[in-house]
Design a protein around this ligand. Structure first.
Ligand SMILES: *Cc1c(COP(=O)(O)O)cnc(C)c1O
Length: 402
């Protein structure tokens, strides 16, 4: 098929027409169980009545006014995020990359107004993903995303994920922050240990560094806590969120403590669309559901069921599955067969999963999934395992990539 879209994606030959809950219907009328959630974005699934109502209500009144005026919807959403987190301030963005970029700028500006402008460097981590702007590709460090795009933005010093000694060794006179995903998403659902994150907090406190968490994927209920940092009892100074907060509408934010945000004064940063009435109305509706009593318990319970079922599946298919990873409804299946082949096999069983680094298939179902849907997903994963095992026996698969 010829396309006028810039060919930066290898798209599956599949398009969807409508969605309901965790289910998508293709343009050819086939129903798929979506355990990818549009990459952790459809946090409440598709066609959620409360989100549709918020969209229609605000959509019929006012979409956009610019940040030159008061935006009551943004004020309310910010106040609720502050109430529910470590933060004192929120800045709304349109994407995850813009949120991370703003978080990096906030930390750099903090060091600068503290009289340490030379401390603009960040210790970052191998396997990280922070977005596709020039600074965030430099922060992510993946050569595939950096090469050919001119000089790499200066100031990002990668070390192995989980290696506290390497972090300590990388801290120099120019270091001003540590930027980390508590759970690496694109990198393959690699979960930081509590000791590691606590160690990062201690290093930041000892060296006057800001701890910056990228919770664009792990935030907004995904792990069974509103934010993944709550699993660890370690609070950052600055945090980026996006994906789940909009429930499918483009919305992100960075959050900061009063101290960490003190350099971000009038004129220091801005956005035209960010935090507009429509986006923040929908974000507010997402929070209505996620913060309702019992909802996080539901996510944690479903996450546990998913984890246990996946562990049993691994025992039944040791030649296909190497390891199960993750927290809550952010799970990874580390594979012994190529992840793209596995995702295709799952798709043949009408189940959507998302390939990640480290040869991992990601499961990021809507947070509203029930037990029946988890059982259905496991049955389809089982069929996908049997399918790839058969193909492996017939020599049609090359085995796990190097
Ligand atoms: C998706 C993601 C981003 C980038 O978000 P965009 O909305 O694609 O710009 C940044 N950080 C993490 C951890 C992500 O998962």
């Amino acid at each position: 098929m010829t396309s006028s879209l810039l060919p930066t994606y290898a798209r599956a030959d599949l398009a969807f027409e409508r969605g309901d809950g965790a289910w998508l219907t293709s343009t050819t009328g086939e129903r798929f169980l979506d355990f990818g959630g549009g990459i952790a974005v459809a946090s409440l699934g598709y066609n959620h009545p409360h989100l549709v109502a918020a969209l229609n209500e605000q959509g019929g009144k006012l979409w956009h006014t610019s940040n030159l005026f008061q935006i009551p919807q943004a004020e309310r959403l910010a106040a609720r995020l502050v109430e529910a987190s470590f933060a004192d301030y929120v800045f709304f963005t349109n994407s995850g990359a813009e949120a991370v970029e703003g978080a990096i700028k906030t930390a750099r500006k903090y060091q600068s107004v503290c009289g340490r402008p030379e401390k603009f460097h960040a210790v970052t981590f191998e396997g990280a993903f922070h977005g596709r702007t020039l600074a965030t590709i430099a922060a992510g460090g993946n050569p595939k995303y950096i090469d050919g795009f001119g000089p790499k933005v200066e100031g990002f010093d990668p070390v192995p994920f989980g290696d506290l000694a390497a972090v300590e060794a990388a801290i120099g006179p120019q270091t001003g922050m540590i930027l980390v995903e508590p759970i690496q998403g694109e990198g393959g659902i690699r979960v930081a240990s509590p000791e590691f994150l606590r160690g990062l907090r201690q290093l930041c406190d000892r060296h006057d560094l800001l701890l910056v968490f990228d919770e664009v994927q792990s935030g907004v209920g995904r792990t069974g806590k509103l934010f993944a940092y709550e699993l660890y009892g370690v609070a950052p100074d600055v945090m980026a969120i996006a994906k789940g907060i909009g429930g499918g509408f483009p919305l992100g934010a960075f959050l900061a403590t009063r101290e960490a945000g003190k350099g971000m004064t009038v004129g220091s940063h801005g956005t035209t669309y960010g935090g507009n009435p429509l986006a923040t109305s929908i974000g507010g509706a997402v929070l209505d559901v996620v913060l309702a009593p019992g909802f996080m318990d539901h996510v944690a319970l479903m996450g546990l069921k998913l984890k246990q079922s996946l562990a049993e599946l691994k025992d039944r298919y040791p030649a296909v599955i190497a390891e199960i990873r993750g927290e809550g409804l952010m799970r990874g299946i580390a594979l012994k067969v190529p992840v793209n082949e596995f995702a295709a096999a799952a798709r043949a069983e009408k189940l959507l999963v998302i390939p990640a680094g480290d040869n991992v298939a990601r499961l990021l179902p809507p947070l509203i999934v029930g037990e029946a849907e988890i059982s259905e997903a496991i049955a389809r994963l089982e069929a996908a395992c049997a399918r790839v095992e058969r193909e492996k026996e017939h020599g049609r698969l090359s085995g796990a990539p190097a």
